[in-house]
Structure formats: C-alpha cells, structure tokens
Design a binder for this molecule. Structure first.
Ligand code: DLL
Length: 432
C-alpha cells in the first residue's frame, strides 16, 4: 500500500489550508470554552477565540511545557476524566513530570498517524516489527505498537533492554522491521557481530523506524550499511500524542507532517515571528482534533526548518527537512552555535573512532569549554603500533575545520563509555 489515507496525504495544499482553517477555528473555540487556562489567557490578552483566517493563529497565545507542569496532573483536561482511557507521562528528570491524557478518539487519531508513518516506510501485512522502544509511561513503545498493528504487521513487543535476547528474537522471529532509538540501533551494530551474528546474513531486517532523539546522517549510514536496511526518521513528542507527528517516505527527503491533524509553524524563538520555508526556527505545533488536551501553539523547543514543495512520492504535506535538536541542547562555544548532532557527524566520519561519545560542557569559566570523549575502534585499540596522539590531533583538527571550535579530546578504550537502551545522554554538564 502506498498511502494510509490517500485523500489526506495527497490533498492539494489550498484544500488542506481550507480544511485546517475549518478544524482550527473549531478547536480554538473548543479550547477556550473547555479549558479555563485558555479562557483566562485569551481574555487577558484581549484575543478573540473566533478566528476568521488561518493566519490568525499567529495572534493566539503559546503553550509551553511549564503550563503542563503548572497544571499537574489533570489541569488541562477538556473532557471529563470518565472519558480518559490512557495516561502517559514524561520522566520529569527536572521538576514535575508532564502528564498527557487521551480519550478513545485521541488514541485512534494517534494510531492512524503512526499507521501513516509505517505505510510511508513501506511496512505492511508481511512484516514482523521488532519494537524495542520502551513500553511504559514513555509514548514510544505503545505508539509504535498500535501503529504497526493497525497496518496489519506482526508486532513483537520486546521493549528496551537485554540486548542479547533482542538479537536472538530478531533472528528467530525473522524480524523485518526494527523500531528503537537511533543510538540504540548504533549500539546494536556493535553488539550483533560480537554476539556472533552477521547482521546482514543472519538477520532479515529491511526497514528501521528510528526517532525520539536527534541523529546524524552518518549514524543513519552506519545503521543502514551494517544491517542492510533502510532507516526512516520519525518525529513526535508526548504532548502532541507521541511519535507520529511526521515521518519519512521512501525518498527520505524530510519528514511528512500529517497536517490535517497537526498544524506546524516555524517561528523565530526570540521574537515569535513566523519564518519562511527554508529558515531555521522553533517548531510550534497545534493539534486540530485533540479531545482531552487541546494544546494550542505548543512550543516544542526543537529547532528545524520546512519545505512546502510537493514530494516525489505524491504527498503534498509540509516536510520537516531537518530537526537540528532542542534549543536547550544547543551549545554556544566561543560565540558559535553548535548542536551535539554536528559533533556526532564529525566523529562518525573518522574510521578509527567507535560509535560511542560524550560531550563534556564546562560552564564554570567566562568562556564555555568543551571536551569530547570518544571511543576508538577495537581494531585501533588492538594495534600495538597505533599512534593515539596523532589520532587525537586529527579529531581536534576535524572538529575545528568543520565546526570552528576548539575542544579537548580524550580518546577512550572500546566499551569505556555508557550505552543507552533509550534516548542517549550525550551532553554532560561537568559543573552539575
Ligand atoms: O520521544 C516520542 C517519540 C518516540 C518520537 C519514538 C519518535 C520515536 P518525548 O519523550 O516527549 O517523546 O520527547 C520528545 O524528543 O521534542 C525532540 O526534542 C526529540 N525528538 C523526537 N523525535 C525526534 C527526531 C518522544 N526524529 C522530544 N529527531 C522532541 C530529533 C527528536 N529529535
């Protein structure tokens, strides 16, 4: 099957805008009538909840993560609790967790969005989906699970952890699709051969759906080449259902946003002004049919840019061409803005280096200082004649040449750094 919802995925852009306006205007009025936080905010700002053009969305107040924390746990509900059938929550490492609720209708919408992602990646009834996203409060596990079931695939709900067993299951069950974080997939490229598997011969993987964290094109190449699969990016966040806000098609040229359900804006993070396609800014999302938590203009803190040109696959949606990472993760070193994924790109291009690295940030002095710890490959470590100092110098030079930053580099033995089953923690604040 080429599309999951052909009508919506190929709707001419003008018609999509009309549909969005129709849905948005109802949703804004609904949020105003049902959620006291929005009524208060609109009234205080003197903004009418009855919009007359799609562009009016620019005048509406934003919603931020702290709004969810301030209304912990059930303060933003637009439906009675009796209609809520699922609750997810973020881990809340800093402060209170953010809690998200779903009605049956919300779960159905989410599942269909994930079904579009799977279909765009060519996954269907013939496939065995190995789902190694964590099951639990995190939206990754169940989001992928129900989406895969809906397209008729066979789902293996393995969840995260126990890597040896993961590989055995993958082989024995003939899994054709791997779903996990890209950093875990990279880790699997290392463990599979060590456990005696030839990743291409012994495993039957054809497709991977990866997301939940920023990853580089180099990481994609490593995963694709090792397993002989095609790796697709998936974007989403718990506040906006979970995974499935958008995903790549076979052309892998940006992530199609399912715009009949989620409206995307790219805004200047400082001024809040709308930016044009091609311009990097903050991703702001509004759900057009959410029943329980009708969040309006949710500021994701993720930075990205979009294209509105039609894709070769025939889908007409806006495409998210790059998700550079969270503005919170952006490092400012000597006046230069750097994202962890850019450092990953440099490191993954040096063959003597392994796949595990950590970025150490020291903000104790006036100038932020950067350190990079990166493992060397087992072959390099085993070579008695290997010149560690020379390699160290090369890594420093490459970082400087590509990113214009100086960094203290520490080469580590293989397996010296931690591995992650879910989202990797790449940036360490040494002052904390
Ligand atoms: O990570 C939902 C998800 C699960 C998406 C599985 C994709 C796959 P949260 O835990 O709420 O939800 O984290 C959301 O993760 O704001 C981004 O910063 C980051 N993120 C998610 N997908 C991508 C991606 C899930 N494809 C936060 N590329 C988001 C880069 C991503 N960052």
């Amino acid at each position: 099957m080429k599309y999951w919802n052909e009508e919506m995925e190929t709707l001419p852009r003008e018609r999509m805008r009309e549909l969005q306006f129709d849905r948005l205007s109802k949703q804004v009025r609904y949020a105003y009538d049902k959620v006291p936080m929005y009524k208060r905010r609109f009234d205080e700002a003197g903004v009418s909840p009855d919009i007359t053009h799609l562009e009016d969305i620019q005048n509406l107040p934003y919603t931020v993560k702290d709004d969810l924390r301030d209304h912990y746990p059930y303060g933003i509900l637009a439906r009675p609790m009796s209609e809520v059938v699922r609750i997810h929550a973020s881990s809340g490492t800093t402060g209170k967790a953010t809690v998200v609720t779903y009605t049956r209708h919300d779960l159905d919408t989410w599942t269909n969005m994930m079904a579009r992602n799977f279909t765009a990646a060519g996954v269907g009834r013939e496939d065995v989906v190995h789902n190694a996203y964590g099951y639990g409060l995190f939206t990754g596990g169940l989001g992928f699970h129900y989406g895969a079931e809906r397209v008729g695939a066979k789902v293996l709900p393995v969840s995260a952890g126990n890597t040896k067993r993961q590989l055995k299951m993958m082989k024995d069950m003939g899994s054709t699709v791997l779903c996990c974080t890209p950093s875990y997939a990279v880790y699997l490229t290392e463990v599979a051969p060590k456990e005696g598997y030839d990743p291409r011969e012994d495993l039957n993987l054809k497709v991977g759906l990866f997301g939940a964290e920023a990853w580089s094109e180099e990481a994609r190449r490593t995963i694709e080449e090792t397993f002989g699969l095609k790796a697709y990016d998936t974007y989403g966040l718990s506040e906006i259902y979970g995974p499935g806000v958008g995903g790549e098609c076979e052309h892998q040229k940006g992530l199609h946003i399912w715009e009949d359900e989620v409206m995307i804006e790219i805004v200047d993070p400082d001024t809040g002004k709308w930016l044009e396609p091609g311009e990097l800014g903050e991703i702001v999302l509004t759900m057009l049919g959410r029943e329980t938590m009708p969040l309006l203009r949710y500021r994701t803190k993720d930075l990205g840019w979009v294209s509105v040109e039609e894709c070769e696959c025939g889908r007409t949606s806006t495409r998210l061409m790059e998700i550079r990472g969270r503005s919170d993760d952006m490092l400012i070193i000597g006046g230069v803005n750097i994202f962890p994924s850019q450092i990953e790109s440099v490191l993954y291009d040096i063959p003597e280096l392994g796949d595990q690295y950590q970025i150490l940030v020291d903000r104790s002095k006036a100038l932020t200082r950067l350190g990079v710890q990166v493992e060397v490959t087992p072959e390099f470590a085993a070579d008695g004649n290997a010149d560690w100092d020379k390699l160290n110098g090369r890594v420093q030079e490459s970082l400087r040449a590509t990113l214009a930053i100086g960094a203290r580099v520490e080469l580590m033995d293989p397996e010296a750094l931690p591995r992650y089953e879910g989202k990797a923690v790449r940036v360490i604040d040494v002052n904390k």
